[in-house]
Design a protein around this ligand. Structure first.
Ligand SMILES: Cc1cc2nc3c(=O)[nH]c(=O)nc-3n(C[C@H](O)[C@H](O)[C@H](O)COP(=O)(O)OP(=O)(O)OC[C@H]3O[C@@H](n4cnc5c(N)ncnc54)[C@H](O)[C@@H]3O)c2cc1C
Length: 193
């Protein structure tokens, strides 16, 4: 199974059009292009707090959007404050953009704030239902469970790439695909030995 995952877009006008261009998910994939720019984080509090230190490597103009302070611990709030991370608790209602390049984020109080990029944490689902129909177990986060040799919980079924690894990258997908292919081949070779 090298079937990947499907990111689920929120119903925020403009979000989908900006996805992968200026509304992005990963500092390693997109961070360099948006370094030094006014940057937002739109994600659940835990994910927002996880992203904040990574993004502070790239910009000192960072704002967490759509999260109430009560979603963070006191210690987390102190840390965010110490590093100058702004908090705007209003919900994001729309993304104004040109050809996917973000201009302004529209908030539920009518305010519009300019951003160059917004890092978004969106839910996902498995792209293919085949692993599920074969009985492959998923982790709590929704990834296919595999062992160190990429075998799923169903003997003889191997998975690789985004469908089973939380660190999404081409390098990880290729490396795990290499291992899954070799292990599948070894099993088949042993069967007829
Ligand atoms: C916006 C964005 C930007 C990114 N930028 C980078 C980057 O700069 N650098 C980097 O390293 N990584 C980047 N990534 C992550 C990288 O794209 C993924 O980690 C990588 O593509 C995962 O490869 P994969 O083969 O596991 O899954 P995918 O690339 O998702 O491929 C899975 C394929 O399987 C197909 N499929 C699904 N079900 C079936 C079926 N039943 N039958 C046949 N085909 C099926 C799908 O259509 C898809 O083509 C980015 C991801 C996103 C979303």
């Amino acid at each position: 199974m090298a079937t990947g995952i499907k990111d689920l877009m929120p119903e925020i006008p403009g979000f989908q059009e900006c996805w992968g261009i200026s509304v992005i998910h990963c500092p390693y994939c997109h961070g360099y292009e948006y370094r030094g720019k006014k940057t937002g984080i739109w994600a659940p509090a835990e994910k927002a707090f996880h992203l904040a230190p990574l993004l502070l490597n790239l910009t000192d103009d960072l704002t967490i959007l759509g999260q109430d302070v009560s979603n963070f611990t006191e210690e987390e709030l102190k840390t965010l404050q110490k590093h100058g991370v702004e908090m705007v608790h209003h919900n994001v209602m729309a993304m104004e953009h040109k050809n996917g390049y973000l201009h302004k984020v529209v908030l539920d109080n009518g305010d519009k704030i300019s951003f160059s990029a917004v890092y978004a944490g969106v839910p996902f689902e498995q792209s293919s239902d085949i692993p599920n129909s074969l009985g492959c177990e998923l982790t709590e986060q929704g990834f296919i469970k595999t062992d160190h040799f990429q075998m799923t919980t169903v003997p003889g079924v191997f998975a690789c790439g985004d469908n089973c690894i939380s660190m999404r990258s081409v390098a990880q997908a290729v490396a795990s695909g290499n291992l899954a292919g070799a292990m599948a081949n070894m099993e088949l070779s042993k069967e007829s030995f």
